[in-house]
Design a protein around this ligand. Structure first.
Ligand SMILES: Cc1ncc(COP(=O)(O)O)c(C=O)c1O
Length: 379
């Protein structure tokens, strides 16, 4: 049996909605993009949502309007996808890595506070694989040091922190709509904020800072000439993507419920297996189960990488857990002391989990895990 790692959930209605956008003739930055922004903001309890080309550009833009630029530092976790650091670099600023909480794999507030220098402008916690970071603590540290917060919420659409949806807290939150995420528009990003002025500025900056939107020009009763009061980028989402996003958003609750069901099945099975630690479940948060991360005990005779190799031979696709950015040549920092990050990067793997993964396929994954680990324990 071949078990893929992840697969987006698309229906015929999704395809029809995209086709309708094409046939409407308005394929970029049109009414569907606006409708998607409104629906997204409503879903996560934010006043505003601003669509972009992807989460990396969303993070870049949110940091830019927070005033992050050359000479500034932004504290981030090293244990994250490299896009978290690249978004800082795209603003000419320097990412400074702090360690994680070994249970949640999220940025540790104390470690982040220790990484603050007189050049620090912002802290960017990541809601890693859809588990919210400890935002009250980050808000406290940010106000104590006069810093801004931007949330990397790439994997966190539908997650809640102390009962409040991610996206509704008082910092800009940036979401990814990449196919590996809970819902997808192929590529795509979204920034939520409760500040309408900030949202208006971001909508201009994503379109070369043009002071007139396509929608406003279209609806104008006379000719209008646009102006460019500052410099900006092209971070425009298409209406085909937005049409798909509107459909995906409608399926979000169903997708989250199915992901949670599969995660509970893994957790029950893993409780019976040697050398595996299921994901930590904090009481303060509801996560998205963007991925199911298991930790292989360093005392296991079959280590994380060897277990992945054996599962691969069994037809089960897995991925390593979250990368450590400071281990990569692009951001190599041999002096960084991040022991919890180093351990998580070495010991964690992600198991297949997606709507459409049948129980029989999931049982096969569990059975293969058991075969390798129970045999190793007996040997
Ligand atoms: C934590 C994190 N931040 C940022 C990104 C970048 O998202 P995108 O691919 O939409 O640019 C990802 C994507 O995997 C991610 O996992």
């Amino acid at each position: 049996m071949e078990v893929p790692f992840a697969r987006p959930l698309f229906t015929e209605a999704d395809g029809a909605a995209v086709a309708e956008a094409v046939m409407s003739g308005w394929v970029s930055q049109g009414p569907r993009v606006r409708a998607f922004e409104e629906a997204f903001a409503a879903r996560v309890g934010a006043k505003e949502a601003v669509a972009t080309t992807n989460c990396t550009t969303a993070l870049q833009l949110a940091l830019y309007v927070a005033g992050v630029g050359p000479g500034d530092e932004v504290v981030i976790p090293s244990l994250s996808f490299i896009a978290t650091a690249n978004a800082v670099w795209q603003n000419g600023a320097t990412p400074v890595f702090a360690d994680i909480d070994p249970d949640t794999y999220n940025l540790d507030p104390q470690s982040a506070e220790r990484a603050i220098s007189d050049r620090t402008k912002a802290i960017m916690p990541v809601h890693q694989i859809g588990l919210p970071a400890d935002m009250d603590e980050f808000q406290r540290i940010a106000s104590k040091h006069g810093l801004l917060l931007v949330e990397d919420a790439a994997c966190a659409v539908g997650a809640t922190y102390k009962g409040r949806p991610i996206g509704s807290l008082n910092s800009p939150a940036c979401f990814s709509l990449h196919p590996r995420k809970v819902i997808t528009t192929g590529e795509g990003g979204m920034i939520t904020t409760n500040d309408p002025e900030l949202a208006a500025r971001m909508r201009k900056l994503r379109q070369h800072a043009m002071d007139l939107s396509d929608l406003a020009r279209h609806n104008a009763s006379d000719i209008v000439f646009e102006a460019y009061p500052e410099r900006g980028w092209n971070m425009r989402m298409t209406d085909m993507q937005a049409a798909l996003g509107l459909c995906q958003l409608e399926a979000l609750d169903e997708i989250l419920a199915e992901r949670a069901r599969q995660a509970a099945r893994y957790t029950a099975a893993i409780a019976e297996l040697p050398y595996l630690e299921p994901p930590f479940e904090p009481e303060y948060a509801v996560r998205t189960w963007q991925s199911y991360a298991v930790r292989v005990d360093p005392r296991s005779p079959v280590n994380r990488t060897e277990l992945m190799r054996r599962l691969h031979r069994d037809g089960v696709a897995t991925r390593r857990g979250i990368m450590a950015i400071h281990h990569e040549p692009a951001y190599a920092d041999p002096k960084a002391l991040l022991p919890h990050t180093d351990a998580a990067a070495r010991e964690v793997l992600l198991l297949p989990l997606f709507p459409g993964l049948g129980d029989d396929a999931q049982d096969h994954v569990i059975e293969r895990l058991a075969a390798h680990l129970v045999a190793a324990k007996a040997a």
